[in-house]
Design a protein around this ligand. Structure first.
Ligand code: IMP
Ligand code: MG
Length: 182
């Protein structure tokens, strides 16, 4: 048994390492075409989007800049707390810049809604979102770039965690509810 390969807490693999790699290349190519000739700043929403962001920027064939923001809406559980808090703000000024937010998963959309409103108040040239996963729940924000539609289950891997674990799984899978149901 291996933590990475046949993790006993993952009941089902949703997206394999290869499927994710192909999808990230696809999104990167779209971003490259859409932002050619523009000043692009990719913002990583820590910590879940760090893995996606690292691969995405290497699939964007443009001179991008990166910055990082850490927001928290989730504590260590599996349901949104409803409260979004900026734990770490951007280091750079985004005024007049084209901003692309890299997000791991859009679930309720609460985190992103807050983030978009917050960033728009800083007068950027534009704000768009690239989300690897979208659960397409009612009322959730749309995203210009979406990798995969995700079933309404709690998933881990490729940056996504449960209680800070499983982020280093190279694939995305459904976490066994036994892990979080006591
Ligand atoms: P939202 O505000 O409900 O859209 O939640 C967004 C954040 O919650 C994401 O950026 C993730 O960090 C976390 N999250 C939502 N669903 C999952 C999941 O299935 N697995 C791991 N983290 C999740
Ligand atoms: Mg996140």
């Amino acid at each position: 048994m291996s933590f990475l390969v046949d993790n006993p807490d993952v009941v089902r693999t949703l997206f394999t390492r290869d499927q994710i790699a192909d999808k990230v290349q696809e999104i990167g190519a779209q971003v490259t075409a859409d932002y050619a000739g523009q000043d692009l700043l990719v913002i990583c929403v820590l910590r879940g989007a760090a893995t996606f962001m690292a691969d995405l920027v290497r699939a964007i064939d443009l001179p991008v800049e990166m910055d990082y923001m850490c927001v928290s809406s989730y504590g260590n559980g599996v349901a949104s707390s409803g409260v979004v808090r900026i734990v770490k703000d951007l280091d750079c000024d985004i005024r007049g810049r084209h901003v692309l937010i890299a997000e791991d998963v859009i679930d309720s959309g609460l985190t992103l809604k807050y983030l978009i409103r917050n960033l728009e108040s800083r007068s950027p040239a534009s704000v768009e979102v690239a989300a690897l996963l979208h659960k397409h729940r009612e009322g959730a924000v749309e995203s210009k770039y979406v990798g995969f539609t995700c079933p309404d289950e709690f998933v881990v891997g490729y940056g996504l965690d449960y209680a800070e674990k499983y982020r280093n799984l190279p694939y995305i899978g459904v976490l066994d509810p036994k892990v979080y149901e006591h």
